[in-house]
Design a protein around this ligand. Structure first.
Ligand SMILES: Nc1ncnc2c1ncn2[C@@H]1O[C@H](COP(=O)(O)OP(=O)(O)O)[C@@H](O)[C@H]1O
Ligand SMILES: O=P(O)(O)OC[C@H](O)CO
Length: 644
């Protein structure tokens, strides 16, 4: 067989669609098939996929692409190996013995674990997590999604107690099922996907006992074995169907795959992928770099030998903002039309759209932001909103690049882009204008699928080294040069930052979060967890008083701390805690609004009452977070604990 007749299959299991591409040795797709699958939104902020439908979508795509491939005179036997790339963090649990899923996949965008996150943040050791696993505590990672399932889904809890619960990200699930499930029991996850769970130590690329302990799952569930992203035997073979017996030899989380597909193999190279979300990965080499400016640390790829790391800026909403205009607001029939609509107007007409549908991710990490459009007037047209939607991702990319520059000490000279939304010329021109460097868009934009093919192809010996990949997908790209002055882009960016500040804190009560009245959306904490949170928050609040003021406190105040704990322990008197300013003490209705004026807070009170009902739990929790915020602001001057 001629080397040019060898092909690699690439499964790209994304957030909104699945594709299978058959790629030749020059990196060009010769056949592909794509299907969309169900997006399940059971409640506001929830987002699920059916795990079995994900597998079916893969099988459908393989069948479709191979059918076309063979219609062109090729044979499926020339597909030497298969690579997999996938949406990351999305969490799937199944029964280890039967291979059956026990709940829908909770998608990376899902924010239902907000209360769990807030509770975890109050636990000892929480502040050290990121330096071990590279990720901040947020609703984004798999860990908090798994904890939510353990707390709220009896079947999952029972399997956990029985010792039959298997946990995996989408890569692990697909590999397991494609290999035939429990019979073959190929249960592995590649390093890039595993590094998104919060369970893995970034330096060792092994599960870290202290992390598993922190989340309370040590030794209690089946976790996939972590293997390199390119491996000729670890991923097994496809058990049945169109490509039965084809070996799987590569696997990468989709953002890592895009970096590989863009051939970002040297430190200092970066790519930005505008898919459902948008993710900027910056290669930092063989040592992880931990961000001080809101970025994540992740495994870029691990092709045997030393892993390569990246700094990552994650944006939750990019193409999904465009899809929102299409599906929810009926602005157009197909996402590609957003560009045409946006160019019907000269500029955003004063509209700024903070597309915080899942809160805001990097570099802001604001859980309680909600999507907000500022600057609407009678003049506003659909075109302005379309433009503002595209701009939202570009602004966040600018914020991420600024953070990256601070963390890395060097500035990018060009940004390589890909992903669905990068097809919009207007979006890419806007991006270049805002970051004041050229934006490079390759001709073939299926770089994610190409990356997975490269991972598999390297293991299969189709390519022997990075040098052989050099000319792949190089010709015919587009460069967008900045066309506005830095002053103009800075002024626009300042307006965006103002809009971000103003979008904060919208989620402020149980009703806002729980419009469907489903009890499961509530605080989701056991009495023991509430107790420990409450006690530690109140204790640390009292400890947060400046030393000289602590001495002045009468002992009854300090003695009341254990009393709070006792009230909860007894169970019959659940305390309600509220924090308010001196000035606002008698104006409860205005409290939340005035709380935002944090700069005016001089005299916070913690008020504890004994009439907490279930609906109050969420409020209680938010109040405790405010205590934390107060401490961070270091504005504590004087504190009183009182009971009523
Ligand atoms: N021409 C286009 N202009 C703007 N957005 C687009 C365009 N084509 C697709 N999109 C958006 O890109 C997203 C799909 O991109 P893709 O890279 O396939 O994402 P994923 O891998 O997350 O499924 C969709 O959310 C869609 O709205
Ligand atoms: O579906 P995408 O391409 O937006 O990527 C999803 C990411 O992997 C989530 O971390």
């Amino acid at each position: 067989m001629q080397s040019s007749e060898v092909f690699v299959g690439s499964i790209d299991q994304g957030t909104t669609s699945t594709r299978f591409l058959i790629i030749n040795r020059d990196g060009a797709p010769v056949a592909s098939h794509q299907v969309e699958f169900g997006q399940i939104y059971p409640h506001p902020g929830w987002h699920e996929h059916d795990p079995l439908e994900l597998v079916e979508s893969v099988e459908t795509c393989i069948a479709g692409a191979v059918e076309f491939f063979e219609s062109q005179g090729f044979s499926r036997t020339s597909i030497a190996c298969v690579g997999i790339t996938n949406q990351r963090e999305t969490t799937i649990v199944w029964d280890h013995e039967t291979g059956e899923p026990l709940y829908n996949a909770i998608v990376w965008t899902d924010t239902r674990s907000q209360a769990i996150v807030a509770e975890l943040k109050s636990r000892p050791g929480a502040s050290k997590l990121q330096s071990l696993c590279g990720l901040p505590l947020s609703t984004y990672s798999s860990a908090t999604k798994l904890l939510w399932m353990l707390e709220h889904v009896p079947r999952v809890r029972e399997a956990f107690e029985r010792g039959t619960l298997a946990f995996g990200t989408v890569d692990a699930w697909l590999v397991y099922r494609l290999n035939g499930g429990p019979d073959a029991n190929v249960f592995v996850s590649d390093s890039t996907n595993a590094s998104r769970t919060m369970f893995v130590n970034l330096e060792t690329l092994r599960y870290d006992d202290s992390l598993l302990d922190f989340f309370g799952i040590k030794g209690k569930l089946h976790l996939p074995r972590i293997v390199p992203s390119s491996d000729s035997s670890a991923y097994g073979v496809i058990a049945s169907g169109t490509l039965a017996r084809a070996p799987i030899m590569g696997c990468l989380g989709d953002q890592s795959a895009a970096l590989v597909g863009q051939k970002g193999f040297s430190p200092g190279m970066a790519k930005n992928t505008y898919g459902t979300g948008c993710f900027l990965l910056y290669n930092v080499g063989e040592k992880p770099v931990f961000s001080k400016h809101g970025l994540l640390t992740t495994v870029a790829y691990h092709f045997g030998g030393k892993p390569v790391y990246a700094l990552e800026g994650s944006i939750a909403v990019a193409g999904s903002g465009v899809k929102f205009l299409q599906d929810n607001l009926s602005f157009f029939q197909n996402s590609r039309e957003v560009n045409d609509l946006a160019v019907t107007v000269e500029d955003n007409g004063g509209c700024v759209f903070v597309t915080a549908f899942s809160g805001l991710f990097a570099p802001y990490w604001i859980d309680d932001a909600k999507g907000t459009i500022f600057g609407i007037t009678q003049f506003t047209q659909k075109g302005h909103i379309a433009r503002a939607t595209l701009e939202a991702t570009c602004f966040q990319t600018k914020a991420i690049l600024d953070a990256m520059e601070k963390d890395s000490g060097s500035a990018l000279t060009e940004l390589a882009v890909d992903g669905g939304m990068s097809n919009s010329d207007l979006a890419m021109q806007t991006q270049a204008d805002l970051i004041s460097i050229p934006v490079y868009r390759p001709k073939m934009r299926e770089t994610t699928a190409l990356g997975a093919a490269i991972a598999a192809g390297l293991a299969a010996g189709i390519w022997r080294n990075f040098a052989e990949l050099r000319d792949i997908n190089r010709a015919g790209g587009t460069v967008f040069e900045p066309q506005v002055t830095r002053e103009e882009s800075t002024a626009k960016f300042e307006q965006w930052e103002k809009a971000v500040r103003m979008s904060k804190g919208w989620v402020s009560s149980a009703n806002d979060r729980n419009q469907d009245g489903d009890k499961q959306v509530g605080l989701g904490m056991t009495t023991a967890a509430t107790e420990s949170l409450l006690t530690s928050a109140v204790k640390s609040s009292v400890n947060g008083i400046l030393p000289e003021q602590r001495e002045q406190r009468d002992t009854s105040t300090l003695n009341s701390v254990p009393l709070v704990s006792e009230l909860v322990t007894k169970g019959n008197l659940q305390p309600k805690v509220s924090v308010t300013t001196h000035a606002m003490a008698n104006k409860d209705d205005d409290r939340d609004r005035d709380w935002d004026l944090a700069s005016h807070i001089k005299t916070p009170f913690i008020t504890v009452s004994s009439d907490l009902d279930e609906a109050d739990e969420e409020d209680l929790f938010l109040e405790l977070r405010k205590v934390e915020i107060l401490q961070k602001l270091k504005r504590l001057r004087k504190m009183k604990l009182s009971y009523y």
